[in-house]
Design a protein around this ligand. Structure first.
Ligand SMILES: [Zn+2]
Length: 324
């Protein structure tokens, strides 16, 4: 492909990027995700989101240098003339979504932008754009981006982790994302490891997400101390020597070690790359990583566990990377 268009569809913003074959950024644009208006049917918001995504794809395609599109048109002598707004054939398009496309039904499940749930989003976008596109979960896009352009460059077998408000992940093997039979590959956040643990929104108790996401650590701190503190204050208290915050963070590091130690025992990746807000806590790479050894099924674990390099940009670069 000569060009790649990536779309990062999030709950609050939609971003597009146009890359050339050298991965140079030619165009980038971010708009707010159409919000849910008071009294609006979810179906209407869904259609607005589909329209916004298609308009950003077309906007990015319109930024392809004119000389190339002219050449591309000349080379298509046997094809019908392109329709207005059509995306040239040598452009790959990929979209990252805040949910999972169920590979069995083609419909969106587990989306925190809930108006997407139940809709055949890929089918609807392909019909509107008149061409195939790729869709992946946003954590898979994060992982793809870090493998192609970021901290996991050059590694064959990578587990990508997002620890933010929630807890997601993606699995990269032999040059591509492996989203699995159902599309849930890498969703380690909903492995239930404590039947007595907190209720998770997915229906189970004691999921990893209820322990080591930002919201999970905050809930644990409140249970232990009665204090409702945001994650940043818990981290600040930990550094300042506050005993309650230190207890919460030690529990967090142990749970992090238990969760990632289990992943290493199960799949033994070449590298684990961390993203999301909690990946910015430096102590996670010292005290947190030190606990992984306690729970992995090998006496000398050497798996690099590293911070992402692309930050907020991973979603849109990853969407471009998975494009077809
Ligand atoms: Zn869960």
């Amino acid at each position: 492909m000569s060009y790649r268009i990536g779309i990062d569809l999030g709950g609050t913003k939609v971003e597009t990027i146009l890359l050339d074959s050298e991965n140079e950024v030619l165009f980038r644009h971010r708009i707010p995700t159409p919000p849910l208006q008071t009294g609006q049917a979810p179906e209407t918001r869904y259609l607005e989101i589909v329209a916004a995504v298609c308009s950003l794809v077309r906007e990015a395609a319109s930024q392809i240098p004119a000389s190339t599109t002219a050449l591309e048109k000349i080379s298509r002598t046997d094809a019908e003339p392109p329709k207005p707004g059509a995306i040239p054939a040598d452009v790959a398009v990929g979209i990252g979504i805040p949910g999972i496309l169920d590979r069995r039904t083609g419909r969106v499940i587990n989306a925190n932008t809930t108006c997407l749930i139940g809709h055949p989003l890929q089918q609807d976008l392909e019909a509107e754009l008149g061409r195939p596109i790729a869709i992946e979960n946003d954590a898979n896009c994060f992982t793809a981006a870090e493998c192609v352009n970021g901290a996991a460059r050059g590694k064959d077998f990578v587990f990508g982790v997002i620890m933010g408000t929630g807890c997601g992940g993606g699995l990269w093997a032999n040059g591509r994302i492996r989203s699995g039979m159902h599309g849930i590959g890498g969703e380690w956040g909903h492995i239930s490891i404590d039947p007595q643990g907190r209720q998770c929104w997915c229906g189970n108790r004691g999921c990893i997400e209820t322990m080591i996401s930002g919201s999970g650590v905050e809930a644990g701190h409140k249970e232990r101390t009665g204090q409702a503190l945001p994650m940043r204050d818990i981290v600040a208290g930990f550094r300042a020597g506050d005993a309650d915050c230190q207890a919460t963070m030690q529990a967090f590091f142990a749970d992090f070690g238990r969760a990632l130690g289990g992943i290493i025992s199960a799949i033994d990746p070449d590298l684990i790359v961390l993203g999301g807000g909690l990946s910015n806590i430096p102590e996670l790479y010292t005290q947190g990583v030190a606990r992984v050894q306690d729970f992995a099924f090998h006496p000398g674990i050497q798996t690099p566990i590293v911070k992402n390099e692309l930050g907020d940009s991973a979603g849109v670069f990853g969407a471009a990377a998975i494009g077809i």
